[in-house]
Design a protein around this ligand. Structure first.
Ligand code: COA
Length: 351
């Protein structure tokens, strides 16, 4: 009896401690959001002139009507990053000297190295930060967001910028109708700061499976097959995708992690104000909503305008929906991409 009471007391203390920790936990809040897409609009009509496709096929199979392309010669991912971060700093009245960490999620960095985050810092005059890239394909922004949040939660950093942006046009073969209709350029960034009012990035459920690499990759340009005349002639510096295999895994991966993150945080579907899915294909987005039984009107969808911008889709959605978001809104971000990589993040909107 005495032992059981002791155990009970101990459990209660642990539960209370856990509750106290949850309530007093310093979270990383999104205190600013900014997006950017280049001006040039590549329409389905224009693609019809480039490859054997048509607006009807693209619209019904993917939901995409147009995408943006960074056309100016000599411009790269860092130039989009520069515009995004400059606007973000201005919008949040942040002094570049106060930024301590910049993380850039991208698979189309300016060069193999150095990391593009450093180039962006140089271009915008951020001098006191350390900076690095995260390359997790379409899950890149989610992984970068949680990584940035951990530095805030640890109490070591107070201002972190997380960018998700890709110049997919630089790695797309515009003679391959299976891929060139899907991707576009653009992205966005968030400012993360500490917050103790219970809003911010609360939880994430992430996964990876390298056996999926065969379905979505770029064959050459890495250490396995360094660039050579042969690799360029064989067009091995472009995205290779087996769409059907990716499609099936994408729906399952997003649905599973959304369910897990809801369960871990005692969230019912009706508690979620907005679902923000990676924008890869409208049929995947509808498939996720259907599988969950989730109201499609609460799903952010802008794939028709921008296509798949890889690391850029999630911040682009948050940026576009910002005027509709209210402080305390429960938001779930979810993504699936090359690797395979996938996961979901639960946050309470802080602005
Ligand atoms: N226009 C017209 N026909 C096209 C076409 C195009 N742009 N692209 C492919 N086709 C044809 C194919 O050649 C094929 O013809 P066939 O039956 O005569 O061989 C047919 O359409 C079906 O092709 P398939 O690849 O099976 O189409 P799909 O329904 O799987 O759609 C994707 C292709 C890429 C749109 C789809 O698979 C997809 O979105 N996959 C997931 C992408 C993703 O999530 N990526 C992860 C993150 S980047």
């Amino acid at each position: 009896m005495h032992l059981n009471l002791g155990l009970l007391n101990k459990l209660n203390t642990l539960t209370l401690r856990n509750l106290y920790w949850q309530m007093s936990r310093r979270l990383a809040a999104i205190t600013g959001i900014q997006g950017y897409v280049p001006d040039y609009v590549l329409t389905n009509a224009e693609l019809e002139k480039m490859v054997d496709t048509n607006d009807e096929w693209i619209t019904t199979r993917t939901g995409i009507k147009e995408r943006r392309i960074l056309k100016e010669p000599g411009k790269a991912a860092s130039d989009m990053g520069k515009i995004i971060v400059e606007k973000l700093l201005k919008k949040t009245s942040t002094n570049p000297d106060d930024v301590e960490l910049v993380i850039f999620a991208t698979v189309t960095g300016d060069m193999v190295f150095p990391d593009t985050a450093n180039i962006v810092c140089d271009k915008v005059g951020i001098k006191n930060a350390f900076a690095f890239d995260i390359r997790a394909a379409c899950s890149g922004f989610l992984f970068a967001l949680t990584t940035g949040a951990k530095f805030i939660e640890a109490g070591t950093h107070k201002k972190v910028i997380v960018i998700g942006c890709d110049m997919m046009s630089s790695i797309i073969d515009y003679t391959d109708r299976a891929t060139c209709i899907i991707f576009g350029d653009g992205g966005g960034a968030v400012l993360l700061e500490p917050c103790e009012d219970g809003t911010g990035i609360i939880d994430s459920e992430f996964h990876g499976d390298g056996s999926g690499a065969k379905y979505l990759h770029m064959k050459a340009g890495g250490s396995l097959k360094p660039a050579s005349l042969e690799t360029v002639t064989a067009k091995e510096h472009y995205v290779y995708q087996e769409g059907k295999a990716v499609f099936k895994s994408a729906i399952n991966g997003m649905v599973d992690t959304i369910k897990k993150v809801c369960k871990n945080n005692n969230l019912q579907l009706e508690d979620i104000d907005w679902l923000v899915p990676h924008q890869a294909n409208i049929r995947i987005i509808n498939g996720v909503a259907d599988a969950l039984g989730f109201d499609i009107n609460k799903v952010m969808i802008n794939i028709q305008k921008y296509g798949n911008t890889t690391s850029g889709t999630l911040p682009l959605c948050l940026w576009e929906w910002e005027p509709k978001l209210k402080k305390g809104d429960n938001i779930i971000l979810t993504a699936f991409g090359g690797g395979f990589t996938w996961g979901s993040t639960y946050l309470k909107w802080s602005l």
